[in-house]
Design a protein around this ligand. Structure first.
Ligand code: GTP
Ligand code: MG
Length: 221
C-alpha cells in the first residue's frame, strides 16, 4: 500500500443508478473527472478511474506527514437503465482487476441516498450484486456512503437523528458492515476540511480491516 512517505487508497463506488456515485467520486478526488448529472436514464455506462493529487493533512507516520492520494473507480449503477446485471458486474469486475491488479482494492463504497428510505427488496439485489462481485468477505471491504446528506439536513435531521429514524433495513445493513458509514453532501463543491474528514473516516475503515486489500481476478472469457 505504501512506502515510508506515501499512501494511496483504492476505492470503488457501487450502487443503484442516480444515487450520486459519480458526484461522490468527484468529491473524494477533488475534481470533476466523472460526468455527474440528474437524468431520467443512467449517465455512467462504463468504468473509469480517477486519481487525486497529493492531499495534505490526512495521516502521519513516525511523526512525518504522508503524501496521501486516493484513486476512485466510478462504475455504472446496478440496476441500470440499459445494461443488464451481468454486463455491469463483468464490466466492474474487469475494471477492478485491471486498475487495482497490483495494489488491490481497499474499500468499496456502497452509495445510498440519505433522502430516500431504504427498502428490503431494493437492498437485497444490491447486496447480492456486491457479494457476487467482491466474494464472501465483502462486508470487511464495504462501507456505506450516504449521499444527499444536505437534503436530510434541510429536513432537520442531524446524523444522529437520521439514524434514530432510519429504516430497520438500513440499520441492519450498517450493522452488518460493522457501522462503517459516512454522510456526504456532493451537491456543492466539497471544501477541503469536509474532504479531510471524509477521507480520514475512509482511512479508519481501512485501518480497522488491517489495511487488507481485495485482489480481483480477470474473469476468463
Ligand atoms: N442534493 C444533492 N444532490 C446530489 C448529491 N449527490 C449527487 N447529487 C445529484 O444527483 C444527480 C445524479 O448524480 P450522479 O453523480 O450522476 O449519480 P450516479 O449515481 O453517478 O448516476 P448514474 O451514473 O446515472 O448511475 C446529479 O444531479 C447530482 O448533482 C448530494 O449529495 N446532494
Ligand atoms: Mg455516474
Amino acid at each position: 500500500m505504501a512506502d515510508s512517505n506515501e499512501m494511496t487508497i483504492n476505492v470503488v463506488v457501487l450502487g443503484r443508478t442516480q444515487t450520486g456515485k459519480s458526484a461522490a467520486g468527484n468529491s473524494l478526488l477533488g475534481s470533476d473527472d466523472f460526468e455527474s448529472q440528474l437524468s431520467p436514464s443512467s449517465v455512467t455506462t462504463c468504468c473509469s478511474l480517477g486519481h487525486s493529487c497529493r492531499i495534505s493533512g490526512i495521516t502521519r507516520r513516525n511523526g512525518c506527514e504522508l503524501a496521501f492520494r486516493v484513486r476512485v473507480l466510478d462504475t455504472p449503477g446496478y440496476p441500470h437503465s440499459s445494461l443488464s446485471k451481468e454486463q455491469v458486474r463483468e464490466m466492474v469486475r474487469s475494471a477492478l482487476a485491471h486498475h487495482f491488479k497490483e495494489e488491490g482494492l481497499h474499500l468499496a463504497l456502497l452509495v445510498l441516498r440519505a433522502d430516500l428510505p431504504l427498502c428490503p427488496d431494493e437492498i437485497d439485489h444490491t447486496i447480492q450484486f456486491i457479494q457476487e462481485l467482491l466474494g464472501a468477505t465483502w462486508k470487511d471491504f464495504t462501507a456505506v456512503l450516504l449521499t444527499h446528506a444536505d437534503k436530510a439536513k434541510e429536513a432537520g435531521y442531524s446524523e444522529e437523528a437520521y439514524l434514530r429514524s432510519a429504516s430497520s433495513t438500513l440499520l441492519s445493513l450498517l450493522s452488518s458492515v460493522q457501522h462503517k458509514y459516512v454522510f456526504l453532501d456532493s451537491q456543492k463543491s466539497i471544501i477541503k476540511e469536509e474532504r479531510t474528514i471524509v477521507l480520514r473516516k475512509l482511512l479508519n475503515f481501512i485501518r480497522q480491516n488491517n489495511y487488507q486489500v481485495l485482489l480481483l481476478k480477470q474473469s476468463k472469457e
